[in-house]
Design a protein around this ligand. Structure first.
Ligand SMILES: Nc1ncnc2c1ncn2[C@@H]1O[C@H](COP(=O)(O)OP(=O)(O)OP(=O)(O)O)[C@@H](O)[C@H]1O
Ligand SMILES: [Mg+2]
Length: 422
């Protein structure tokens, strides 16, 4: 039994969430969350670090709290990254198989993915993810895992996500100031997808929509693979602004009203029965007691949500996948809790919509089983996959080495070395 610790730091525009989980490499169990904390973020706007000192301070506060809860010092962590500086493209890779018997090994798959990675990229951008979508062996496509198959020509279609190097360097700077090693960036949309989407949805075609405080991250899946990802610079904070302007209250009060309203109205249709909500409980500094739910939802929140979903629809059109997403939208992130969101999104997009509540972990799950923490939990799940992949790559290398060293000969040396040559 080999226990591993995985840590994730979700650097959001509204909160920094830190998570520590334990998983057993050999057991088929969900990772167990042993430490968690969420701290309001500062110095981060629309997924971009705009003030390194403030951002570092809020990351430190969040990390400290999670460390105390877990009784573990975080030395390395997977880190979320998102926002409009993210862009994506699809790339193709091709290699020849020269192994004895033309059998395809794990390292051939690595080579072909590496070949797809060779794209011309501006010096200000960095690749953060290369997702293999489909493999083709000797012209036969649609293969998800070619290991063990036989062929002479291996091809792959990949989806590549890139990010602004400046922002990545700024995040690295915050982490290195805190003595934390970055184990890898994970795109927020991809992390959330890991925590909320089902395999069937991915197979049929679905769009993951993570509505955060300052941005919306999107991931499109089709035939089980990621095929498009993007981000829109708008989020829950804009709804809070509209409420503040509409009701003439401070941003703090508007945020409290928004969250209170969504908790009171789990269903948009209830607003007709609700009439007015009493805000006395919130003890706002403004002299505001009863507010018409109709005014709040129909006149203030709905127009902004309509604008948001029109922008999402534009992205769906840009992806060229309009007809390939029968499972519709899975909305997550804190913004998905906004009152009336399901009805408005269905009206604008014309596709099925559900709210994605993250799961697939055990332990301290009461507080975190909430769309607000979809990316946070996704960091653990994506991190686990990355660690397992690295482990199997290491095993496949030692297997090749073992086979090779079992009986030394010139021809064995030649075929061993050939596996590493594209
Ligand atoms: N119950 C709720 N009802 C309505 N809105 C909510 C609720 N809870 C949180 N939100 C909103 O969700 C947003 C924060 O979401 P989230 O925590 O997912 O963002 P983030 O990850 O910090 O930011 P980002 O992903 O944009 O960088 C805020 O605008 C907040 O007002
Ligand atoms: Mg987020």
């Amino acid at each position: 039994m080999k226990k591993q610790i995985i840590c994730g730091i979700d650097i959001g525009s509204s909160k920094i969430a830190t998570i520590v989980a334990l998983y057993d490499e050999q057991a088929d169990e969900a990772p167990k969350v042993i430490g968690f904390s969420s701290y309001p973020s500062q110095g981060i706007k629309k997924g971009l670090i705009v003030d390194i000192d403030k951002a570092t301070e809020s990351i430190e506060k969040s990390v400290d709290k999670a460390e105390k809860m877990a009784g573990y010092k975080i030395e390395k962590a997977f880190v979320s990254v998102g926002g409009p500086h993210i862009s994506s493209l699809n790339s193709h890779g091709l290699v020849a198989i020269t192994n004895p018997n033309q059998e395809i090994f794990e390292n051939d798959v690595e080579r072909v993915v590496e070949a797809a990675r060779a794209i011309s990229l501006s010096s200000t951008r960095e690749i953060i993810e290369v997702v293999p979508c489909d493999f083709t062996v000797d012209g036969q496509g649609g293969i998800k895992n070619p290991v063990g198959m036989t062929g002479v020509r291996l091809e792959v279609d990949t989806h590549i996500i890139t990010a602004s190097q400046t922002n990545l360097k700024n995040i690295d700077r915050c982490l290195s100031d805190l003595g934390i090693d970055n184990q890898g960036y994970i795109f927020c949309g991809l992390a959330s997808a890991e925590a909320v989407l089902t395999e069937t949805e991915k197979e049929l075609g679905v769009v993951l929509v993570d509505i955060g405080g300052g941005k919306i991250d999107l991931c499109f899946y089709n035939e089980g693979s990621l095929s498009y990802s993007s981000s829109i610079p708008i989020g829950g904070r804009h709804i809070t602004n509209d409420i503040a302007v509409g009701l003439r209250v401070s941003l703090d009060s508007a945020e409290k009203i928004k969250i209170y309203l969504s908790k009171k109205l789990s269903d948009y249709s209830n607003k007709k029965k609700a009439g007015e909500i009493n805000l006395v409980e919130l003890k706002l500094p403004e002299d505001l007691s009863d507010v018409s739910v109709k005014t709040l939802v129909d006149e203030i929140i709905a127009p902004r949500l309509e604008e948001i979903f029109k922008l999402i629809f534009d992205e769906i059109e840009k992806s060229g996948l309009v007809k390939n997403i029968p499972s519709g939208l899975v909305i997550t992130g804190g913004g998905s809790l906004t009152a009336g969101i399901i009805e408005i999104s269905k009206k604008v997009i014309g596709l099925p919509v559900r709210i994605g509540i993250p799961g697939r972990v055990s332990g301290l799950i009461d507080e975190i089983s909430n769309p607000v923490y979809a990316t946070t939990i996704g960091l653990i799940l994506s991190g686990q996959k990355k660690m397992e992949k690295e482990g199997s790559e290491l095993k496949s290398f030692s297997q090749i080495w073992h086979n090779f060293s079992g009986g030394f000969s010139f021809s064995r040396l030649k075929s061993f070395l050939k596996q590493f040559i594209p």
